[in-house]
Design a protein around this ligand. Structure first.
Ligand SMILES: C[S@@+](CC[C@H](N)C(=O)[O-])C[C@H]1O[C@@H](n2cnc3c(N)ncnc32)[C@H](O)[C@@H]1O
Length: 284
């Protein structure tokens, strides 16, 4: 990704969420408060103008996204399902004793900010690249800080997760933790993905889980976005955030095992594709 500029894809995910809020019936899937908090964050951070947010909320924009579904079937709604999946994993994890939540490549996601007051005994951490994380921090400042939400500004391509968390006094390496990596691993080089999963296994205690989304590898060995894969890969490259990692779903279990995790195949939503992505959960 372009190191000096806020993430375009994080911006696009957030605006997509706002537009989903205008699509009838999506409130059945989107976690409560997600749309409103995302709108607030985009404007308060300066990531988007109020006009762009208003426009995203319109029925016209719903139609635009729906029209683009010819290219990536189901992708518009998939963001609602992805947000719901991640939040379900976090709630389940907390329900079974997790006391830490770590969101990697958090972008303009609002889960930590929304859940922190509800779970005051849980420490929430987010990490993102400086250009995006600084904007988000400005937005969170304006919306109201949470005592148990820590925003970490770091390029994980430059500094290892283990080192980043070692210097954070609130992080407890032995605590049961839920790690979320939503829409992240496809943007990292293959070695970095393997290394990141290994490090996640080191920084989290026994009973932890990691929930993430990934792009499956197609028959030709490239990330598979369906019929329009070539165009999609080109577009991602043009916006400066190319897809560099994918995996065949049937190979994921072994990949995770080598990095210290056990795939949890029984988790809801992990048995099918949502738009261009699969969702997965692994436990330690
Ligand atoms: C597609 S966005 C997803 C944002 C968020 N997870 C969501 O789904 O709403 C990918 C995010 O990963 C972050 N990211 C990519 N490479 C990173 C790196 N090396 N270190 C930290 N964050 C990174 C980007 O800044 C961006 O916010």
């Amino acid at each position: 990704m372009r190191k000096d500029k806020p993430s375009r894809t994080a911006y696009k995910v957030a605006l997509n969420v706002v537009t989903l809020g205008a699509k009838p019936g999506m409130d059945r899937f989107l976690p409560p408060g997600t749309v409103q908090a995302t709108e607030k964050l985009l404007v308060a951070s300066g990531a988007a103008e109020a006009r762009a947010v208003r426009w995203s909320r319109s029925q016209r924009m719903v139609s635009v996204y729906e029209a683009f579904d010819w290219m990536l079937p189901g992708q518009f709604e998939a963001f609602a399902h992805r947000k719901a999946f991640c939040e379900r994993q976090v709630r389940d994890g907390i329900g079974t004793g997790a006391t830490q939540v770590l969101v990697l490549g958090a972008g303009y996601d609002t889960m930590g900010w929304r859940l922190a007051p509800e779970f005051s005994g849980v420490n929430f951490f987010e990490i993102d690249h400086p250009a995006t994380a600084r904007l988000k921090a400005k937005g969170i400042d304006a919306m109201g800080q949470r005592d148990n939400l820590c925003l970490i500004v770091e390029d994980l391509g430059k500094r290892k997760l283990v080192d980043v968390l070692k210097t954070n006094e609130s992080w407890d390496q032995s605590a049961r933790t839920v790690i979320v990596a939503e829409g992240l691993v496809m943007y990292l080089p293959p070695d970095a993905v393997r290394d990141l999963f290994c490090q996640c296994a080191v920084v989290a205690g026994v009973g932890s889980r990691i929930a993430f989304s990934y792009i499956p590898t197609g028959a030709d060995g490239r990330p598979d976005a369906g019929r329009w894969t070539g165009l999609m890969l080109w577009l991602q490259k043009v916006v400066g955030e190319p897809w560099t990692w994918s995996i065949r779903p049937e190979e994921l279990g072994l990949f995770l095992e080598v990095t210290g995790w056990t795939i949890a195949l029984e988790q809801e939503g992990t048995d099918r594709k949502h738009g261009v992505e699969f969702y997965a959960v692994a436990t330690k």
